[in-house]
Design a protein around this ligand. Structure first.
Ligand code: HPA
Ligand code: ZN
Length: 319
């Protein structure tokens, strides 16, 4: 039997495939700087997080309407269903759209509509997480959160992403306090390119319930002990780590070591249209590099369920 997969670290904008960029450019009359798919694909060689983010944000120009956000999300859900995903917790970078003049409701509405439909059409349950851009002002994040809370589209949680180094989690303490006060679930990217200190402050000053990436936690033994003791989930994204040069090759990835240490690691795809694959591709790459046994694969699948924001009944239905 195929294990039910749970995706906990997925930027919906990171599922924008090159073909869909051209399709949406046509739909919206957007002039692309690329003459062909090949020319666009040639841009996908990244040297670090920032070089990826530059392309990721530029490509968003083709997303304009609620229907565009729904199309993007529906395409992701169809691909995820083929991979065996049964539950997905999806980030949306709303400021990457509102800052270029797109209405918040168009963004959240389109993603929300498609996620709701996906429960019926492809049988994937979901949570919607608004992720704030840490390289933009915390006051802007706070204003966006207030607008989200006042709006008609329900969201389940908040996250923090974009360029990490120089933007420590504690800058966003007030945003997370407002999230907590409104019953939102809390996650943050920390320890991808940033130091272990950012994982400590994500835990202590934001109160996160999951750490996105968290791979640099391995540099700090006391932090590893704490993460193990608290059964704090880490949403690890192996192909992302390779493509953004966080690790040299998949064979150098510390996932086996993380499992060995007793960390609650999950495998996820981050930005699959950019990093060479979806959750099944990430698992296949690990499988090939490490010959993970059935027991390891089962642990990873169970960890995904445990680390999700499903209620106990929802988790029980997936185990
Ligand atoms: N890291 C930080 N910010 C991001 C990422 C990532 O991998 N993907 C989209 N925004
Ligand atoms: Zn991410």
């Amino acid at each position: 039997m195929r294990l039910p997969l749970v995706e906990l670290h997925l930027h919906i904008e990171g599922t924008l495939e090159p073909e869909l960029i051209f399709e949406l450019a046509e739909r919206n009359g957007v002039d692309l700087p690329w003459g062909s798919l090949e020319e666009l694909r040639a841009q996908y060689a990244f040297s670090d997080l920032q070089s990826f983010l530059d392309l990721y944000y530029a490509n968003l120009e083709v997303l304009r309407t609620r229907a565009d956000f729904a199309t993007l999300t529906t395409r992701y859900l169809e691909r995820a269903a083929a991979a065996g995903v049964r539950h997905a917790e999806v980030f949306v970078d709303v400021q990457a759209h509102t800052s270029r003049g797109i209405e918040l409701g168009e963004v959240l509405g389109g993603v929300h509509d498609a996620l709701q439909a996906g429960e019926r059409t492809v049988g994937i349950s979901s949570k919607l997480l608004v992720s704030f851009l840490r390289d933009r002002p915390p006051a802007e994040a706070l204003a966006v959160l207030q607008q989200v809370l006042a709006g008609p589209i329900p969201v389940d949680g908040i996250g923090l992403d974009s360029a990490e180094v120089g933007y420590p989690p504690e800058l966003f303490a007030e945003v997370y306090a407002l999230g907590t006060a409104n019953g939102l679930r809390l996650v943050a990217h920390a320890g991808e390119e940033g130091p272990p200190a950012y994982v400590w402050t994500a835990l202590d000053m934001l109160g996160v319930e999951r750490v996105d990436h968290g791979i640099r936690s391995l540099e700090d033994d006391a932090l590893v002990r704490r993460l193990v003791d608290e059964r704090m989930p880490l949403t690890v994204c192996p192909l992302s780590n390779v493509r953004l040069r966080v690790v040299d090759t998949i064979a150098d990835h510390p996932l086996p070591q993380m499992l060995e240490l007793g960390l609650l690691v999950t495998v996820n795809s981050d930005d699959p249209a950019y990093f060479g694959g979806y959750i099944d591709d990430n698992l296949a790459a690990l499988q090939e590099a490490f010959a993970l046994g059935a027991a390891d694969r089962a642990v990873l699948a169970r960890n995904g369920v445990e680390a999700s924001f499903l209620d106990e009944a929802g988790k029980a239905a997936l185990y």
